[in-house]
Design a protein. Structure first.
Length: 106
């Protein structure tokens, strides 16, 4: 499947840079997709959030603190931020010296 034809969560999961994740069009598509799942398939949304490792307590708190805001946009922003964190973590570990902690690497 080409990136343009992937569902927004898959595009986020496959993003390799923060720049890709900060795209406004992707954010808008993701927010719309999330709102659709809230209305039609909440269990699928929960599975996606679990797969992306979005913090349930943080998400609940965010939604509680902003009851008047668009839930799809709030959730989309958390999904994107979680992927940004993963990219930053990968960069941090990829920048290590090649022989550092070889015994502990998988």
């Amino acid at each position: 499947m080409k990136p343009d034809h992937m569902l927004p969560p898959e595009r986020i999961l496959q993003a390799r840079s923060e720049v890709e994740l900060r795209d406004q069009q992707l954010f808008d598509e993701l927010a719309t997709y999330v709102n659709g799942l809230i209305q039609t398939d909440f269990e699928q949304l929960v599975r996606i959030l679990y797969r992306m490792d979005v913090s349930e307590p943080k998400l609940k708190q965010l939604l509680k603190e902003h009851p008047e805001d668009d839930a799809g946009k709030l959730i989309a922003s958390m999904m994107i931020e979680r992927q940004v964190q993963k990219i930053q973590t990968r960069k941090m570990f990829n920048n290590e010296e090649p022989n550092t902690f070889n015994e502990e690497r998988w």
